[in-house]
Design a protein around this ligand. Sequence first.
Ligand code: FAD
Ligand code: SF4
Length: 473
Amino acid sequence: MNPAGESAPRSKYDWIRVSREAPPKRTASQRVLDYNEIYAVYDERTAQEQASRCIQCPNALCAQACPLSNRIPEWLALAAEGRFVEASRLSNKTSNMPEICSRVCPQERLCEGACILNCRTDPVSIGAIERFINEYAFSHNPETIVPAASNGLRAAVVGSGPASMACADELAKLGYQVTMFESLALPGGLLVNGIPSFKLEKPVVARRMRILAERGVELKLGVTVGRDIPLGEVARTHDAVFLGHGAQKAKGAGVPGEDLPGVEQALPFLIEKNAGPGIVASVEVNVQGRSVAVLGGGDTAMDCLRTALRAGARSATCLYRRDFSNMPGSRKEYYNALEEGAEFKFLTNPTEVVAGTGGAASGVRCVRMELGAPDASGRSKPIAVPGSEYVVPADVVIVAYGFDPIAFPSDSDFNRIKTNEWGGIVVDRDQMTSLPKVYAGGDSVRGPSLVVHAVRDGRRAAMAIHRKLSAAA
Ligand SMILES: Cc1cc2nc3c(=O)[nH]c(=O)nc-3n(C[C@H](O)[C@H](O)[C@H](O)COP(=O)(O)OP(=O)(O)OC[C@H]3O[C@@H](n4cnc5c(N)ncnc54)[C@H](O)[C@@H]3O)c2cc1C
Ligand code: SF4
């Protein structure tokens, strides 16, 4: 801005003049004292300046790399002109929760990773600007939500995570009477009972749930479809059903000693330390003053390290069998974990949890690895170095090896749905399952994935449901 407070005319070369600036971040020593979000939002001037760094490519690679095909250059142009509310409205056209995705997306692998500026300098801070414009709109010009006129059709969504939230939102906007069934006492899926508050505070999710309620979505908490109410009955009483029940069955460590006292699973640990209101923890894990080893290199592992440090652990060490460049976790969260005091041992494969004199875990036997030729996933295959075993001392061992879909009881009518070899629901291009009227998306189809992918699936299913039912009308 010039001294008179007017915006300078935009130039294609603003990125030379304006460096990328991250939003303000609390210091590591402050943030390990609580579970609150670590980033603040930009101020208006910085948001405008940062948005002006976009060169407005005609064939925007960022939008192609965004799973929602967000109209990024268009809302960046509006933000650069200070038209924040319009920018937010536009971002809501392609996303059902831009203020959430902007907080949790691994942008370096998605939109920002594809930004053309990476060839010369740092990418546009797309995520931080997306968060700013939406928080700005919530606080300066909140939309008045009125339920859409009814189209006389009923839809059910199973689960209340991002896949079901997106599907319910789209269908409600089209006039469907939507019922959302959720097993737990708190809606939001892993957004509230998985992802810790230091990445995504729970009131941010509750605000989206309120919007769904204002659109007329009826929420039935504490109801497990397939146990409390058969899927067949839900399908009989609704015109379409969407399954967004996730994949939360933890993978075991698969090594001797994994059942020793002191070995814990990631999700119950995260929930215990950072549960949403109404959720009763299933475990009690004391890490105060103790050394914690976390097995795995994904986002969940990173969250466990940072949670352990907030819960008073003396040390928190990640044991991961590949190297840094092959680690699946977000780079941003890796650096945040490092700043907060987490340690990382790469090319280190846990082979046994070792018991101490009292019979509880006292360490993790590991073997050093080196990287060989790429495997089927395209990543280099780690190979054990003979004779390189050593023990990493640990009082608490947290297993963060990922999740599989939860198997349904053998008498459940869910078992009629076609699944693949690891239990994921098989769907077609419209997210339709092998059962008529039943659609699915998110982690129940993909296995552990990303919030933005769940949103994409929920939206795609809603569009397919509407196409099918409109054609039949
Ligand atoms: C610790 C952790 C950290 C993560 N961090 C990130 C991150 O930073 N960024 C990111 O993009 N992704 C992250 N993810 C992944 C992301 O949270 C998931 O991909 C996403 O939440 C999947 O959404 P979903 O709607 O498919 O299922 P979920 O969010 O798992 O929601 C499923 C819901 O269905 C309910 N349910 C299950 N069965 C039934 C039933 N039979 N009847 C009724 N309700 C049922 C469950 O209680 C749950 O509330 C993380 C995951 C974990 C575990
Ligand atoms: S949804 Fe995720 S990938 Fe898409 S623009 Fe937002 S932060 Fe980037």
